[in-house]
Design a protein around this ligand. Structure first.
Ligand code: 5GP
Length: 230
């Protein structure tokens, strides 16, 4: 925005976007709904979106890289982080601890950077309590339980026992679907991805995220009043 004499205030769409607070895009779903694929596509294709890298006490899967997918830590380190107030939220899922480190998230949001969270329902509710205005939550729904099971088996990284436990957790999670801002059905990956992108785009444009927009509009109203005097 610039003020240039009689022309008054000029607002650029860039300036309005640049002044905004970052948002927290939360994707939750039962295992096997295809959430990870959607998250990966978003991170590859979207500018200004970074993954919140959780810490976990779960053993690393062979496909995972420490510091990229998770930071793998032991239970003692987790306890220390929790006691020191370093965790924005935490949860026990399938017998392991998962948590979001606070620092990187707060830093990103204050600098207008958006953060993607792949966290469960317990974590989502904790973020609601702490920073509801910044959170945009999407529940990814599989098209059917049969499809969900077959996706879990195709992944072939987990034992039958682990798969069964994940399906049991899914029951509890799916009951809470209505607490999410959006529900996206993943029967077609491309379509589900496009829907998530549309949500992100619209949420980025919300006026409540751009504190600079109010004063700019006030300035324009002032210009308009001036113009009407002539
Ligand atoms: P997985 O073991 O398959 O990577 O993750 C199991 C579940 O833990 C998923 O539902 C995932 O979204 C959730 N999860 C991963 N990181 C976090 C976290 O930092 N906090 C919470 N609350 N849940 C997490």
């Amino acid at each position: 925005a610039t003020s240039n004499g009689r022309q008054g205030i000029t607002v650029s769409a860039d300036a309005a976007e640049e002044s905004r607070r970052g948002l927290m895009l939360v994707l939750s779903s039962p295992s096997g709904a295809g959430k990870s694929t959607i998250a990966r596509l978003l991170l590859e294709k979207e500018d200004n979106l970074a993954l919140s890298i959780s810490v976990t006490t779960r053993p690393r899967r062979s496909s995972e890289v420490d510091g990229v997918h998770y930071r793998f830590i032991d239970a003692k380190t987790f306890e220390h982080m929790k006691e020191d107030g370093e965790l924005l939220e935490w949860a026990e899922v399938h017998g392991n601890y998962y948590a979001t480190p606070r620092g990187p998230v707060e830093n990103a949001i204050e600098n207008g950077k958006d953060i993607l969270f792949d966290i469960d329902i317990q974590g989502t509710f904790q973020l609601y309590e702490k920073m509801r205005e910044d959170v945009v939550s999407i529940f990814i729904l599989p098209p059917s339980i049969a499809e969900m099971k077959s996706r879990l088996r195709r992944r072939a990284e987990d034992s039958e026992e682990v798969i069964l436990r994940r399906l049991k957790t899914a029951v509890g999670e799916m009951r809470h679907w209505s607490k999410y801002d959006y529900v996206v059905v993943n029967d077609d990956l491309e379509r589900a991805y496009e829907n998530v992108r549309a949500i992100l785009k619209a949420e980025r444009l919300k006026q409540s995220r751009s504190p600079a927009i109010g004063p700019l509009i006030d300035g324009m109203v002032g210009d308009l009043e001036e113009a009407l005097k002539d």
